[in-house]
Design a protein around this ligand. Structure first.
Ligand SMILES: Cc1cc2nc3c(=O)[nH]c(=O)nc-3n(C[C@H](O)[C@H](O)[C@H](O)COP(=O)(O)O)c2cc1C
Length: 193
């Protein structure tokens, strides 16, 4: 079946994160984001795509700081409250009953109960006609001990990180399960004998 090119998200599962920011006036904001990815392993930058009319984008522009919270699938209702188009003067932590978690290196708080917290500083914004690409550097990263092994790897069964697959008229929420195949990074390199 051929699909229209703009239905890329119908065929590409995405992570769902909550980005927390604070406005210059001190109002806390949280918004779900699917268009976000680390830029190449093992560097420390991430990139997210934002429509131009987003309080999140305004706050990042104003303060240069944001936190990427990785929610477990159990937080999906809070995620969808944050997806509503609240005016900038509304505290979305209060609306979604999110518990703030003091950050270590940036002013915006993280969200308690998340699987992990990436505290980020704005590096560069690439502004296009309809959207902006925001490149941020992760300057402090923590994973919730509840959802990680002693080595700092995610315990997928416990964490169930929220993901999404878009349909024509809906978002289907999901989480990854182990496919039973492990690959050491060294498997990517050809051994010369
Ligand atoms: C699962 C999900 C993923 C989303 N991903 C994005 C995204 O990648 N970029 C974007 O600009 N908006 C995205 N949105 C829409 C924003 O979260 C939504 O418009 C929100 O109200 C923006 O809040 P803000 O104005 O407080 O920043 C997403 C919404 C949902 C529900």
């Amino acid at each position: 079946m051929q699909l229209s090119p703009h239905k890329r998200e119908n065929v590409l599962p995405l992570p769902v994160v909550l980005i927390s920011t604070v406005s210059k006036a001190g109002i806390r904001n949280a918004a779900p984001w699917g268009n976000i990815t680390p830029i190449l392993r093992p560097l420390d930058e991430i990139v997210l795509a934002s429509w131009l009319r987003r309080d999140t984008l305004d706050n990042i522009r104003e303060t240069g700081e944001f936190v990427v919270n990785v929610p477990p699938a159990t937080m999906v209702e809070e995620v969808m409250i944050c997806a509503r188009n609240f005016p900038p003067e509304v505290d979305e932590f209060e609306e979604a009953k999110l518990t703030p978690r003091p950050s270590t290196a940036v002013a915006p708080p993280g969200i308690e109960g998340s699987i992990a917290w990436m505290e980020c500083r704005l590096v560069e914004e690439i502004t296009r006609e309809k959207y902006a690409l925001v490149i941020g550097r992760v300057i402090h990263l923590e994973v919730n001990d509840r959802y990680a092994t002693a080595e700092g790897n995610m315990d997928l069964d416990a964490a169930r990180p929220l993901c999404m697959v878009c349909g024509n008229d809906e978002i289907r929420f999901t989480y990854p399960v182990d496919a039973g195949r492990f690959a050491p990074y060294s498997e990517m390199f050809i051994r010369r004998s």
